[in-house]
Design a protein around this ligand. Sequence first.
Ligand SMILES: O=C(O)C(=O)[C@H](O)CO
Ligand SMILES: [Mg+2]
Length: 255
Amino acid sequence: MIRLSANLGFLWADRPLPDAIHAAKAAGFEAVECHWPYGEDAAAVARALRDTGLPMLGLNTAKGRPGEFGLSALPGRKSEARDAIEQAFDYGAAIGAGAVHVMAGVPGKAPGAMAIFHDNLIAACDLAARHAMTVLIEPLNARDVPGYLHVTVEAAAAIVRAVARPELKIMFDCYHQQIMGGDLLRRFEAHLGAIGHVQFASVPWRREPDEGEVAYDRLLPLLREAGWTGFFGAEYKPRGETDLGLGWIEDFRRR
Ligand SMILES: O=C(O)C(=O)[C@H](O)CO
Ligand SMILES: [Mg+2]
């Protein structure tokens, strides 16, 4: 059985987060995840999670200034990066989230960026160990986010190996990795042991998974057969009202 998580950074994004959590429950999702919930009252979010029984899988560290996509690999921004990591763990712990996605940012060719990211990931892993949470890093495709520190699952896996902490895992977003070379099943299998979450959306439009070049109704069962036992995060930008585009769920569940 495919277990689905609703990414509330995109789905029902026009609603306050507690309302979006209830909408996800009503639509049949079994978990939720979010992007940057910091403007929302954590107690209200925690209450909605309790009332619906949905786990909150994760949240992102702050993006920084417009266009930055994170702070954790940027030279000269250490205190902001550490504040963003602490903020994510504080908020995540308050709502019982499972993971923090530490966003690296777009250092381009800045010297030392990888070493800076490494140090910040160690700090994040220390917090994760204290809160029994996971740290995720997510390779983002180079077309949408030019200059992002790591754009392929292979690059993310090299970082995971170098940091060598059990708390650190990869967010394998099929949308980004299809754009960065495809061959999704084989690349997923090669890195399964290092993967901590999976997301999906149509390619190239990043909309509902019932369109585009990837047959997710077939791919997700194959990822499960390959050994993935976790949730699949629906992280797409709805074509219109979120509720009107959910027909794909029924089809996927039959698989
Ligand atoms: O963009 C993505 O794919 C993500 O999962 C992150 O939350 C960053 O927006
Ligand atoms: Mg993603």
